[in-house]
Design a protein around this ligand. Sequence first.
Ligand code: ADP
Length: 802
Amino acid sequence: MKKSQLIYIIVLPIYFLLGNIEVKSQFLIDQDTFLNPKSIYQKAQISNVGSENLKIEDFLEKQDSFDFKAISGPNTNLGFTKDNFWLKFKIQNTANKTLSLFFETGRPITDIIELHQIDQAGTIISQVTGDLLPFSEKPLSHRKMIFPIELEANQEYEFYVQYQSDGEVINLPLELHSANSLILTSYKEQLVFGLFYGILLLAGTIYLFFYFGIKEKSFLLYFTYVLSIALLHLSLDGYFFQYFTPDAGWISRNAVLLAAAFSTLAFGSYVQVYMKVSNFSPVLNKIYNSLHICVIALITAIFFIRSVVEFYYPLVNLFGILLLFLIIGTLIVSIRKNAAPDIFFSVGLFFFFAGFLVFILNNFSVIPNSFITENASKFGTGLEIIFLSLSMANRIRILKSEKEKMQGIALQRSQESNEIKSFFLSNISHELRTPLNAVIGLSKSIQESTEDQKIKSDLEVIQYSSLGLLSAIDDIFDYSKIEKKELKLEERQLEISKVIQELRTITDNQVKNKKLKFIYEEINQLPKYIIGDKARIRQIILNVLNNAVKFTQDGEVKLSINSVLQKNDTVNLNIIVQDTGVGIDKEKLDRIYESFIQEQIDDKRKFGGFGLGLCIVKALVELYEGKIEISSEQGKGTKVQIDLNFKVPSRDQKLPSSPLVNGDYDLEGKHILIVEDNPVNQMVMKSILRKWKNTSFDIANHGLEALDKLKASHFDLILMDLQMPEMDGYEATEAIRKGEAGSKYQNIPIIAVTADATDKAKSKVKAVGMDDYMTKPVDKDELYTKIQHAFYLVKVDLSGVL
Ligand code: ADP
């Protein structure tokens, strides 16, 4: 601390106590080039003349009747006042030249200040300034209350200054400036003020943007608080008057009052929301609300009740101080209740209190005047805003981590619900396939054994409807797989012409019922075998063909296939399905692959269908890296073009894809073990195998029984259900592969026959060592092919070993 400051600390209270010291000597000055302003307060005296608004001449006459007191400090505060004050002092120019100086007489928001300069000849020069006059009429165009004065060589002057206020505080800086010191002080202030307002502007705008980004209320309140603080300081510093309301008037006169009231309101609301006061103390929350109501009442009074304006200044300060204590109380309670705000917020508040304290102590001259103490509230507020900004940034981090946590929970939930969905779907498919298996299998079996034509055709209807139901189940199941990106293709050799033949038969039957014409055209002869997924290829073409038949009332449906052999053993199949049906309108065509769209719902009522077909077709075509194009004209018909590439097996690779010779089912003396717990499924299996030549079989009800049967007699192949009591298909297979049924069975062909069509089941089947997999309802041709295939592979395997 400087020596001079120490002296102030010791001397000032004494001044303050003595109060009334006669000051007689004048202020001597001999130059106008000094760099630091000079305070004349020690040479000045002040008198409160009450409500009297005297002219200088009247004052001079009456002045002896007034009680003059010495000034207690360099920036004395006269308090909230409506009275008129007169200040007097003498200055003597001891230099031999005229000195041009500037006299700062009051804080920037003083209402009216009159300065009267009287020379030794008794000539009076009067000037007036204040924020009740337009800015342009100020004697010096500066935000502060400054009068330019001229002191002639070796002359002594008496100065009289009159202060008028409508209730605001009057401060007495009383500084004499040279042009140099005025410029230097202004620059220094400009730097600090620039920083201060810059911080407010940045903090305010950034958090306003954040508010728009995350819509969190505390950010908007913070912005409002920063804005009101900026307004308050702009008014106190005189900038608001200078730049926003230079013509003076109502707003200019009340700017400080309103800004102070708004900042109390904004700060209180911000703290209340930021600290979530209502959560830990409803009582404190009520106090905040009451205080806010008082402030709002004050704001309303400022606008409408002008007769008691002088009370508003102390009142708004009182509310400010109350808020200060309320915040301290809130902090203490929040710490006690374990709801303390973060450290940045607390440090921010600390700076706010510290700045405020220094400002008040300085106002009461308890601590000496200096650039720092005078601007204490600016430093305090600036640091407060910086720390509150940090705390808001911290809040963003907390909100983000809360959001991430919520997202984590949501993700976990969606994973769980996905798992439930998968389980549900596989269960549904299992539960629906098992009875369908029985319906299809047994009706086929009866159909083959009966001669009654009526029964035969009724059974055909049953089968047709069951197959429709089965394909609907498959569609739902496939759709869920597409959603989960789990749809995969098998790569097996297949006889494509047979698949096409089958599709032609189905379509022929369908068009017959609707009296349509079905045309098939094969532009180049198809290769005998291709490598692909038979079921999926069938599904692609059948879906499109079904749509063509479904949406055509009369005319024809045409399927044409062109195959072009390419290099690298591949074949390009160009499949075109054309109809003369209702067609598709253009808007709908653009969204044709989307499932469940509104237009489709309307069609559904007319034509039926899940609205999944084309969505699945497109996904499958994309899996084959092929192309699908649909063109259509409403009322004229639709054309679907599909372009797919398949590998063709080279000659020596070819496997017997269909071991059926002349429609004979002959297993040449093989003994099969059927492991199946469901009696209906057992019946279906029996009814199929019984009709095959040279085929014998036995049935085990579960895995354990299967192991026993294997130990007791000889089997060539096992058809294994998966879900069974006692020991399921997976466990039984593992036991067999480990040799628990005897080492000779370790490589026995095992084919899974299951209603579980999930990929999970398929891959588990492979993992436990089964040779093949087929789904129920059992198709006898597929079963026969799979069995033949299994035997063939064993043969190839063995020949490889030998
Ligand atoms: P759906 O199971 O309802 O047939 P799709 O995905 O196969 O579902 O077809 C979606 C919609 O596209 C159908 O509901 C129908 O409105 C239209 N659509 C498909 N193919 C044709 C066609 N050949 N002629 C007219 N409209 C068609």
